[in-house]
Design a binder for this molecule. Sequence first.
Ligand code: ATR
Length: 273
Amino acid sequence: MTDQYAVVGNPIEHSKSPLIHAAFAAATGQDLEYAKICAPLDDFAGCVEGFRLMGGKGLNVTVPFKLEAFRLATKLTERARSAEAVNTLKFDGDEILGDNTDGEGLVQDILGGCDFTIEGRRVLVLGAGGATQGILLPLIAQRPAALMVVNRTAAKADALKAHVVDHFAIDTGGFEAIEGREFDLVINATSASLSATALPIAQDNFASGSLAYDLAYGNEETVFMRQARVCGAAQVADGLGMLVGQAAESFYLWRGVRPQTAAVIEQLRQQQS
Ligand code: ATR
């Protein structure tokens, strides 16, 4: 029987995951079907259980269920534990493995899609919400020279320090803490792009040759991408590559095969334009 997978969220209509996974399956010759499921807001667990009992092999989990998926998992990867959120479930007998592939998806897109090395670089992350928590461990695994997290509410950035990272010294603070400080990689993990709000970043935050990466994506450049360009970032990128990257990492967890991402990113770009 063809193995069954799906993405679960609410709403889920606009999810690109079925298209991405269908493309991966075709490219790697894997026999699987991938659907989308809109779970009731008050019964995510029941929805997952129904899918599992029907013989489903795995699920991607999106807004607003990543925390519930974290709680539902009977076993967690280290990166899911650090993120305190789960975007990938894998069913194996009675075991429900919870993983978080968002951070690795980002890292792989920066390394491969942007051709930019993180090791030895000065990295700045803007924002201290769930998105930031999800990417810290994979970023640290790349051994940057320094990692700073700033947030509109400084206390939330400070809390990440104690909470998430106990084996790497991250620097935290409010946006004023980056005044006059230069970085090689600036990642926007705030939700400011969704409301098209400008962030308090300046020219002297961007080192020569720097990359500015927005986790958000859309049909046009985000406000952060435009700001970063004006501030002198050598390269700007949106989060479409991360979306495909996290899917590739989920696919690898489920199937043991790592799909190529470039052609799928290109396909999605063309659909947007
Ligand atoms: P997500 O899961 O997308 O990370 P979240 O946990 O609600 O969502 O976090 C949103 C992040 O975007 C927070 O860091 C938030 O800053 P505060 O903690 O101060 O609220 C940040 N954010 C949202 N709008 C912003 C804005 N206009 N300017 C700066 N930061 C903003």
